[in-house]
Design a protein around this ligand. Structure first.
Ligand SMILES: [Zn+2]
Length: 189
């Protein structure tokens, strides 16, 4: 059993006593105390009763301007769609530092007039968007490869299938519109 604790330790930080644990990689023993030898995350192996410190030199990614992010539509509030950013494209295997919330303003949805956001996005839709302001996390879906990549039926929550430039529910046949990415439904994020 490996148990990783989330707190960060610094060199010299007390982790446990040598009665409790065997010192593993990234630790040292001094006067019955096991301390961190480097900056990292504490990992306890309860089977071996050992403790080690996993180095953590690379800081989790933070979205930068120009990055393409993948997220989920959390809410539509008037002229703004709120997006829960899940990952940055190219760094999908790394979780974002803090759960980040971005926003797509109605003027950044596409290169055309948008009257009502609910024609472009739906609750829980997965979107691919570009970061246009990293400080405020303003996002844009203006671009052929940007927009909704997976959408769900507003009536029965089934994943919608593309039919021409619209989306159709394979279950209840309800038709909906979205600002879709050109590869909608391909499964590629
Ligand atoms: Zn449906």
């Amino acid at each position: 059993m490996q148990e990783t604790k989330s707190e960060l330790v610094l060199p010299g930080d007390f982790i446990g006593t040598s009665e409790e644990f065997l010192p593993g990689p990234g630790t040292y023993e001094a006067d019955g105390s096991i301390c961190a030898a480097n900056v990292g995350i504490v990992q306890v192996n309860s089977k071996e009763r050992s403790v080690s410190v996993l180095p953590r030199t690379d800081v989790p990614p933070i979205p930068n301007e120009g990055n393409i992010v993948i997220g989920r539509i959390l809410d539509l509030k008037g002229s703004v769609a709120l997006v829960d950013i899940a990952c940055i494209k190219g760094q999908e295997d790394r979780a974002i530092a803090i759960p980040e919330q971005g926003a797509i303003h109605i003027s950044n949805v596409k290169n055309a007039y948008v009257k009502d956001l609910s024609y472009e996005f739906g609750y829980q839709d997965i979107v691919r968007a570009k970061v246009i302001d990293a400080k405020t996390l303003r996002l844009s879906t203006d671009g052929r490869d940007l927009g909704v990549i997976k959408a769900f039926c507003s009536k029965c929550t089934t994943a919608l299938k593309r039919k021409g430039d619209k989306l159709e529910c394979p279950k209840c046949k309800h038709t909906e519109t979205r600002k879709i990415a050109e590869d909608y439904g391909s499964g590629i994020v």
